[in-house]
Design a protein around this ligand. Structure first.
Ligand code: ADP
Ligand code: MG
Length: 207
């Protein structure tokens, strides 16, 4: 079994909106990337030895250049120890959702959609369908969610862009048609706001 992370996972998700990102070559390249993506900017460890980056202190959000340099230095040490790379990524503001794919020996691939972020374990609010799905299936997956309200006007924030989410669900459900080796896909999170939705973290298992 092979696990794709970072840019390798992004390549397989070409048809989907993924947050802009680049591997950082050195500190002057990093400063250039901060100009390109703007602040805040996210630095991430990409390593097969740290599939859960947060646990390895491998996700850093920098609000300015001084913070960015400090995080880059600290991440550099962790990356060296874990034989990893550092990826810079644009910061995406919004609500966190999860999308998954899983290959079942009987039913083929199934798609999962739910509320993500720190609430995911607590709420356990998810919906499943067999792949591939249509736009109306995607809409009904959204309607299935108990906490659908979290996608609507919420704490002064506007509705998230439902069309964007529906589009991403439909496209994700069709990925296994082209990539038969996908046994599992874990998009956690997809970050959605009123304008768009972007994938900021994806992990793909190939069988
Ligand atoms: P992991 O799941 O491996 O710990 P993630 O890339 O999912 O790492 O990052 C952990 C958390 O950091 C995310 O759930 C999200 O809350 C936040 N985060 C990560 N990347 C971004 C980003 N580009 N923009 C905004 N928040 C982010
Ligand atoms: Mg994640």
């Amino acid at each position: 079994m092979e696990i794709l992370l970072g840019k390798d996972a992004e390549k397989m998700l070409r048809s989907l909106p993924v947050a802009r990102s680049e591997y950082v070559k050195d500190s002057s390249h990093m400063v250039k990337l901060a100009k390109k993506f703007g602040f805040p900017i996210v630095l991430k460890l990409v390593s097969q030895k740290a599939v859960h980056k947060t646990e390895a202190k491998g996700v850093r959000i920098a609000g300015n250049e001084a913070e960015l340099r400090r995080h880059y230095m600290e991440l550099g040490k962790i990356a060296k120890r874990l034989k990893g790379k550092i990826m810079a990524q644009e910061f995406v503001k919004g609500r966190e959702l999860i999308i998954g794919l899983k290959k079942d020996p009987v039913f083929g691939h199934a798609i999962m959609f739910g509320i993500g972020g720190t609430m995911v374990e607590l709420l356990h609010d998810i919906s499943f369908r067999i792949c591939p799905i249509t736009a109306s299936d995607a809409q009904s997956m959204i309607n299935d969610l108990k906490y659908k309200k979290m996608l609507m006007n919420f704490r002064g924030e506007k509705n998230v862009n439902m069309k964007a989410i529906i589009n991403i669900l439909v496209k994700t459900s069709k990925l296994p048609l082209r990539n038969k080796k996908i046994t599992e896909l874990d998009i956690n999170p997809l970050i959605a706001n009123d304008k768009a939705a972007k994938i900021v973290d994806a992990r793909i298992s190939l069988g």
